[in-house]
Design a protein around this ligand. Structure first.
Ligand code: ZN
Length: 165
């Protein structure tokens, strides 16, 4: 199965395709952070839960800037994103007892990016033997009922890992 090798491949599916960019929509509406499942934001980037996750705790780090490539992304923003990614990895290991993490970006449609016009970094916690678990969860949609709970939990945790320094 495809996602065993690239679990984030069938990523952020948009059901009601709005005009414009879904990530910019989040950027421009900080008052809706809770309903958009935003965990953290600063002047360079934000951290948000993936609405269609492969596993509990599948999150993304995204620059505020609408940009479809990393080559032209400001070095400062890139470094800030990397720093946040590192801290989120630690958070998922500690708080979710993840045995491993899938980390990556799909750059461009050819790479399978769902929203190719605005780059985003996937961070997905994994557990040994979790493959069947994920499949079951996805099929039965049990997972979605826990989504809110996971959001609240991570929102509470993230301040201890990702700081504005
Ligand atoms: Zn955008």
């Amino acid at each position: 199965m495809n996602y065993l090798y690239a679990p984030w491949r069938r990523e952020y599916v948009i059901r009601d395709k709005k005009s414009g960019c879904v990530f910019c929509d989040i950027v421009n509406n900080p008052s809706c952070d809770d309903e958009n499942f935003v965990l953290y934001r600063d002047e360079n980037c934000f951290v948000v839960m993936n609405r269609y996750p492969y596993a509990a705790g599948h999150i993304m780090v995204i620059p505020l800037q609408h940009i479809d490539n990393i080559e032209n992304l400001d070095e400062k923003i890139w470094l800030r994103m990397s720093k946040i990614v590192k801290k989120c990895v630690k958070m998922l290991k500690v708080e979710f007892n993840a045995d491993g993490i899938n980390l990556g970006m799909n750059l461009g449609r050819g790479a399978g990016a769902g929203i190719a016009e605005h780059i985003h970094y996937h961070i997905m916690p994994r557990w040994i033997g979790d493959t069947n678990f994920i499949t079951t969860i996805a099929d039965t949609r049990v997972f979605s009922s826990d989504f809110e709970k996971i959001y609240k939990r991570l929102k509470k945790d993230i301040g201890r890992y990702v700081t504005n320094d």
